[in-house]
Design a protein around this ligand. Structure first.
Ligand SMILES: Nc1ncnc2c1ncn2[C@@H]1O[C@H](COP(=O)(O)OP(=O)(O)OP(=O)(O)O)[C@@H](O)[C@H]1O
Ligand SMILES: [Mg+2]
Length: 178
């Protein structure tokens, strides 16, 4: 996985594989600190052992590398990856932080494209992206709302994917990503 965008896609796939119907992503990027949290309502991660590459629910391969690689990518910059099982309801919260100015930091890659691709691959998913700046949080992408708008205007999936890409790009630029 060459960039953060690849990692985000992998985390999202994990949520889908865990039966999640809802994924909430929160990101912040200030003074070279990239923060990201992903919450889903899937089956829940059992515990920290998922950070071991030999723990996987994959059927095709005996090792799962997504999370161990993300952990390493974060820690290489002095950051961290934390996994929490949600107590109050079903699901998982994953949080990571990276120092993007660190010499070993992976590039962001095209995050906007990743969000657009996620929509295209799983259009029925309840997905929300929040961006926080200076303590306040703004909802910048909401697939459900976009779908509703589309149903009224009969916009097709390809057009929506492009729209999501453009909205995400604009919003990410405001926090110096992309
Ligand atoms: N959001 C999640 N909810 C429930 N279980 C999860 C979640 N994310 C990961 N897991 C569990 O942790 C294991 C390891 O995940 P990881 O992404 O490291 O590897 P993988 O998805 O199995 O394989 P790869 O990412 O290499 O394709 C998964 O197989 C799954 O059992
Ligand atoms: Mg994975």
């Amino acid at each position: 996985m060459k960039d953060i965008a690849d990692h985000l896609f992998d985390i999202f796939e994990n949520s889908v594989n865990a039966g999640a119907s809802e994924v909430i992503v929160r990101i912040a990027n200030t003074e070279n600190h990239f923060f990201c949290s992903i919450t889903d309502n899937g089956t829940g991660i059992s515990g920290p052992e998922v950070l071991d590459p030999f723990v996987t629910s994959r059927k095709t391969r005996r090792v799962g590398l997504g999370l161990p690689l993300l952990k390493k990518a974060a820690e290489d910059t002095g950051g961290y990856l934390k996994i929490k099982k949600r107590e109050e309801m079903r699901g998982t919260t994953l949080q990571f932080e990276m120092d993007t100015s660190h010499i070993d930091a992976k590039p962001f890659g095209d995050l906007a494209q990743t969000f657009a691709d996620i929509f295209f691959a799983w259009p029925e998913m309840v997905f929300k992206l929040y961006i926080s700046t200076r303590g306040s949080e703004e909802l910048v992408l909401d697939f459900q709302r976009l779908r509703q708008e589309a149903e009224e205007g009969l916009v097709d999936l390809l057009k929506l994917r492009k729209h999501i890409y453009e909205v995400a790009r604009e919003e990410l630029k405001k926090i110096d990503i992309g």
